[in-house]
Design a protein around this ligand. Structure first.
Ligand SMILES: *Cc1c(COP(=O)(O)O)cnc(C)c1O
Length: 419
């Protein structure tokens, strides 16, 4: 890639080809300036829900831009934020909504709320518990909660320690629960943070709703706050509006971002239960929740999120999600009997499988080769090392999904270890 003014994310400019310019997008497709198209099979990094430029969401953005672009959110408020907070709170069952602008900040806010909750009660509970392989964002705090590895090695001296739970692989769930019981037994842990049902960046690793429910129960018994990071899983990815619904639980703190605006605008929220809000509600100014970012609750972003909720309420989104889940089940089943793939797994609209190769892991040379192979066929898939996953927008058709599976088989013909 040539040296230019733009420094791209997660990009080794010395090795990768020039970034691909996209001029337009519609539905599940990205379009280059020359008119050629690319199928967006990872929802533009997990954010696009219903497809690019959903008319209702784009209409709301245009209408809001004509009324109020931005206003300070301390001491001031506006209808889009008030209405969005009320609707999210009602839908999810958590009474308070704090706005921010990315998944990482939503998680930072969650961790700060948890620490403030204990400190404002005069208790010294600061221990955070998290999964191995977890991913919660790229800021120092969220990297601390996330797994250690090549992504954060340079910053490791600044990361705080957390207690790690072994991932609840099928058949090994009791190890996870035993470790959680031990880490919370003294009643001194501040919070457990988890990605419910599926760990995204950690390799699309899935676990059962039962384990999620068991972890929530252990937290409740030891008064450890339960933080659900639904930044990726929220808004239908796992087959339900929230992944937590499948375990029948409501967390103490919930983080949402990516799909909150249907993928149209940067916005995030952290929802909290009454006790956490009350612990910060005080005549003592020192108990204030001291967090803000300049664009907190940007009105245009809030308007796009309201339009997204309208789409959820008034269009058959749930039916589309179930349809995609069915297609993913049917098509991924076909790979189960193919010895070149292992660990074929699904969670709602997401399917993932590992291609058997000689060198595995995120930095394995196979990752970029697969990415280029798919792109050359007009498909945007971005494997995590040798893990290939499909996380489509909900407007994808069966034919489009079939073309993805065909390309994945062709990739195995080209790169897979001979079975
Ligand atoms: C993407 C992601 C984040 C970080 O969100 P950003 O908007 O990229 O900061 C946090 N948690 C999970 C589970 C994610 O998938």
């Amino acid at each position: 890639m040539s040296r230019g003014p733009v420094w791209h994310p997660f990009t080794q400019h010395a090795l990768q080809p020039d970034a691909i310019e996209i001029a337009r997008a519609e539905g599940a497709w990205l379009e280059r300036p020359d008119g050629s198209r690319i199928l967006d099979a990872i929802s533009s990094w997990w954010v696009i829900s219903h497809g690019h430029r959903h008319p209702r969401i784009i209409g709301a953005i245009k209408a809001q831009a004509d009324q109020l672009d931005q206003v300070i959110f301390a001491g001031f408020t506006h209808r889009p934020a008030e209405e969005l907070a009320a609707r999210l709170s009602q839908r999810i069952g958590l009474p308070h909504v704090f706005f921010s602008d990315s998944g990482s900040t939503a998680v930072e806010v969650a961790l700060k709320m948890a620490l403030g909750y204990w400190r404002n009660q005069g208790l010294n509970r600061t221990r955070i518990i998290a999964f191995e392989h977890a991913y919660h964002g790229d800021t120092i705090g969220t990297m601390s909660a996330g797994a250690r590895g090549v992504f954060n090695a340079p910053y490791e001296p600044l990361l705080f320690d957390v207690i790690r739970l072994p991932f609840p692989t099928k058949g090994k769930e009791h190890e996870t629960l035993t470790t959680l019981r031990a880490a919370t037994a003294d009643g001194q842990a501040a919070a457990l943070i988890v990605e419910p049902l599926i760990l995204g960046a950690g390799g699309m690793l899935t676990y059962s709703p039962q384990v999620l429910a068991d972890m929530a129960r252990i937290c409740a018994e030891t008064k450890t706050l339960f933080i659900a990071d639904e930044v990726m899983t929220g808004f239908g990815r796992t087959g339900t509006f929230l992944a937590c619904e499948q375990a029948g639980i409501t967390p103490d703190i919930l983080c949402l971002a990516k799909g909150i605006t249907g993928g149209s605008m940067p916005l995030a929220v952290t929802l909290a239960n009454a006790a956490i809000y009350e612990a910060h509600y005080s005549q003592d100014r020192r108990k204030t929740f001291f967090h803000s970012s300049s664009y907190t609750a940007n009105p245009i972003a809030c308007a796009s999120a309201l339009a997204n909720l309208d789409v959820w309420d008034e269009e058959p989104v749930q039916a589309r999600i179930m349809q995609i889940a069915d297609w993913q089940r049917e098509l991924s089943e076909g790979l189960r009997s193919d010895p070149r793939f292992t660990d074929v797994r699904r969670c709602g609209t997401i399917a993932a499988f590992d291609l058997k190769v000689a060198d595995e892991g995120y930095l394995a040379s196979i990752g970029p080769k697969l990415y280029d192979f798919f792109l050359s066929r007009g498909l945007l898939l971005r494997p995590l090392g040798n893990t290939i996953y499909i996380m489509p927008p909900y407007c994808i058709t069966r034919d489009e999904l079939v073309s993805l599976y065909d390309a994945i088989r062709a990739a195995a013909d080209t790169f897979g270890a001979r079975a």
